[in-house]
Design a protein around this ligand. Structure first.
Ligand code: FA5
Length: 338
């Protein structure tokens, strides 16, 4: 029995087989168990001898089985380890990591400045009602100044907003002035039927700014814009205010920034004047306040609308606004941000 059993154990080559052999050798129907069952028929003399022999056979077989089991398990672990082996010296697979678009970096930078000055950041819809894009802003239907911004209409009363100024009207209308003054900026995309060229795109970005409080003057506006220009472009930049016209501000100004990054004959963005127009601004027109339910006898304010695309061009010396929208990674990769 012992020899047969040990012989059978040497043929085991898998854990399944091990279980089968274990049952055959030591199970209830195994030969050893049957032999032990016949002990009762033995004489009192033989019983202890045969009993001891059967026990030693069982112990040997058990020990041999345990040994085989350990060997098989070790083998399995080793082969699994060999399969999962990693060669840490192989060069890694680099993943191309994207980053913020340069215009969004400029927008974030401007937002951070104004948040620090206590402004709220408010978003408005890009598909806008004529009512907010024009009428609330003192531009009734047939007003000639509507031609200043050639519009993509969706229906007679719905359009792609041509400016971020409608967010002014929406916010003023809702604001509770008993809670304090209104200070907001609103960044976002705007759309115009402009012919694309080096400084114009039919889709571009604006950031609207609006402050409504008692005793706001042109000096507040100028100080704020100067702070903005210096924050983005550094203390050396100059700004200049030119009288202008917007239906929603009175007086109105256009603000130019001096060109640094490009100058001379090769400078397309500054059209060789040394200045580029980057924003429109002014003191909020009394009609706009009245339309939004704000009393112009008590409150006044300033507003501005700037083009972050043009800010980005100036900041990085980019000569053509279309570069931003061509999605050429070789161009965009140059502006990784922080
Ligand atoms: C306006 O859109 C006014 N809503 C701005 C404003 C707000 C005035 C509040 C007063 C009070 P304007 O059309 O000038 O104004 O555009 C503002 C800025 O957007 C421009 O100074 C320029 O920087 C940018 N901009 C205008 N048209 C384009 C264009 N086609 N492509 C890129 N940037 C443009």
């Amino acid at each position: 029995l012992r020899q047969n059993g040990l012989q059978q154990i040497t043929t085991i080559d898998s854990l399944d087989k091990l279980n089968q052999v274990r049952v055959q050798l030591l199970g209830k129907k195994g030969k050893l168990t049957q032999a032990l069952r016949q002990m009762k028929d033995l004489s009192a003399q033989e019983r202890p001898q045969i009993g001891a022999l059967a026990n030693s056979i069982r112990d040997d077989l058990k020990a041999a089985l345990t040994q085989v089991q350990e060997d098989l398990e070790l083998e399995a672990t080793q082969s699994q380890l060999a399969q999962e082996k990693i060669d840490v010296t192989l060069p890694g697979r680099t993943r191309h990591q994207g980053h913020k678009h340069v215009i969004n970096q400029v927008i974030d930078d401007i937002e951070a400045l104004f948040i620090g000055l206590g402004y709220q950041v408010i978003n408005g819809p890009e598909v806008e009602e004529d009512h907010y894009n024009f009428e609330m802003l003192n531009l009734p239907k047939d007003h000639p100044a509507r031609d200043m911004q050639d519009t993509f209409y969706i229906t007679k009363d719905i359009l792609m907003r041509t400016q971020t100024s409608p967010v002014q009207a929406r916010t003023m209308e809702k604001h509770d002035f008993n809670q304090g003054p209104l200070k907001m900026i609103s960044p976002g995309k705007v759309y115009r039927r402009d012919t694309d060229d080096a400084t114009h795109s039919h889709q571009f970005n604006q950031i609207e700014g609006l402050v409504i409080d008692k005793h706001i003057t042109m000096a507040d506006l100028k100080g704020t814009l100067e702070l903005l220009a210096r924050h983005i472009f550094g203390a050396e930049r100059e700004i200049r205010l030119r009288p202008s016209y917007f239906p929603f501000t009175e007086p109105s100004v256009e603000v130019d920034i001096s060109c640094f990054a490009c100058s001379g004959a090769g400078c397309r963005i500054c059209k060789q004047t040394g200045w580029i127009e980057v924003l429109g601004a002014g003191l909020v027109h009394p009609n706009v306040l009245t339309n939004a339910g704000v009393d112009p006898q008590v409150y006044g304010g300033f507003a501005f609308g700037l083009g972050p695309d043009r800010f980005a061009m100036l900041k990085y010396g980019i000569n053509d606004i279309r570069e931003f929208y061509l999605n050429d990674v070789r161009f965009l990769e140059q502006f990784q941000g922080e």
